[in-house]
Design a binder for this molecule. Structure first.
Ligand code: C5P
Length: 409
């Protein structure tokens, strides 16, 4: 397992900034080229000169520094990096990053880079536990950033708890592990997510309560595992995870078309969308007027996208979802067999789980095995599910020496 060769180390303002000196030394010693960017607050804790001596390179501190921009400008620096590591990442820095601010050099670099972003949070335990920080953490993870730590233990403020930055050697080890080619490296994943909307007339639709959160979390987790992800999304109010190619659709027919177009370039298909099973037989061109006390709508079936993809020859590895209120396992097993799937992830839907909720729990089934993934936030569950899918996928398509080869090549 190797480290990224070119690391942009961001240092934000916190007492743990002193540990970033040792981190720089360890990374340089491991053969990495390290360039350091500091926030103004970080320079109050450690001088740029220290990082310059340890990295052997000029340190970047301000956005509007003519001489620094003449050397390696901020956009060039953002492009140069193979990985961006912010250690320590303060509560303030995480908040600014979560909301896309570009109010100093480091925040601008993070916004301007397309390379993987790693954050090693460091803050007082109450600040870490604060719902605002936790919401920012979840948002950053949803966007595909990787958090390394924090650890629990004694804090500089005299308290004990979660929020302490990982030790420099632990950060290097975690970076090495996370940077290694992921289990889905080079795999072309097409994924559907969210609801579909079937028009009744120009203002009314038939739809469902799917938020798309589980599918989007799976897209982010699969990207982090190295997959090339195309996310075909129904109407949802969610940000696109970093590095994911998104296609927005409205109806089941649009989704069907978009999936079939991607099929020749799909090794793995995950159907997380809650596709409407029926659509109005006719869509009125004008807003329908109310008159009678009852109204009958004729509905017709929509295409079963997943069943069709699974029956295709050649077919990708197919994973379905089954949201059920009753007989969870029996229904999931019959869908696994009926649609000819490789795997199915079944979840019970009810008032506190599943659709529209932030937590979920899954029963994952395949033809000769099963695994329960207990109740957890959807982001965590998505990572566990992707690890399991990768494990099953790799039993059929083992990693070749050259991981850039595609399964169907
Ligand atoms: O049969 P059921 O709708 O319960 O199956 C759920 C699975 O099938 C999900 O993975 C869903 O994304 C997929 N599906 C589909 N096209 C449909 C209906 C369901 O791809 N029209």
């Amino acid at each position: 397992m190797s480290l990224p060769q070119r690391i942009l180390l961001g240092v934000s303002g916190g007492i743990a900034a002193y540990k970033a000196c040792e981190l720089t030394r360890l990374l340089v010693k491991s053969g990495c080229e390290v360039r350091v960017a500091m926030t103004p607050a970080a320079t109050e804790f450690v001088t740029p000169l220290t990082f310059q001596a340890l990295s052997g390179r000029p340190v970047h501190t301000t956005l509007l520094d003519e001489s620094a921009e003449a050397g390696m400008g901020h956009i060039e620096l953002a492009r140069w990096a193979e990985a961006v590591l912010v250690a320590p990442a303060s509560a303030d820095f995480m908040a600014r990053l979560a909301h896309g601010l570009a109010d100093d050099l480091l925040a601008t670099l993070c916004l301007a880079t397309e390379t993987p972003l790693f954050l090693a949070p460091a803050m007082n335990r109450v600040m870490w536990a604060n719902p605002a920080t936790q919401a920012n953490r979840a948002l950053l993870e949803t966007r595909g950033m990787t958090l390394l730590g924090p650890a629990e233990g004694d804090q500089a403020c005299g308290e004990t708890g979660a929020g302490r930055m990982l030790e420099p050697a632990e950060i290097v080890a975690a970076l090495r592990e996370r940077h290694a080619a992921g289990p889905l490296a080079g795999v072309r994943l097409t994924l559907t997510a969210g609801p579909t909307r079937e028009p009744i007339d120009p203002v009314r639709v038939l739809s469902n309560r799917s938020s798309g959160r589980m599918g989007f979390a799976v897209a982010a987790a699969a990207r982090a595992a190295g997959a090339e992800v195309t996310l075909i999304a129904g109407p949802v109010a969610l940000p696109t995870p970093a590095g994911v190619n998104r296609i927005d659709v409205e109806t089941a027919a649009d989704m069907h078309r978009a999936v079939l177009e991607r099929l020749p370039a799909t090794d793995l298909f995950i159907a997380a969308a809650a596709v409407a099973d029926y659509r109005p037989a006719e869509t009125s061109a004008h807003k329908m007027k109310k008159s009678a006390d009852t109204l009958e709508l004729a509905l017709v079936r929509t295409p079963d996208i997943l069943a069709e993809v699974s029956a295709h020859d050649p077919r990708p590895f197919c994973v379905g979802f089954a949201a059920e209120t009753d007989d969870l396992l029996d229904n999931a097993r019959s869908k696994l067999a009926g649609k000819g799937l490789d795997m199915i992830a079944a979840n019970r839907v009810g008032p506190t789980l599943g659709i529209e909720q932030s937590d979920n729990a899954l029963e994952v089934l395949w033809h000769d095995g099963a695994r329960s993934l207990p109740r957890a936030p959807k982001e965590q569950l998505a990572r566990d599910l992707v690890a399991l899918i990768a494990e099953r996928y790799r039993t059929l398509h083992p990693i070749k020496e050259d991981t850039t080869l595609h399964a169907q090549d």
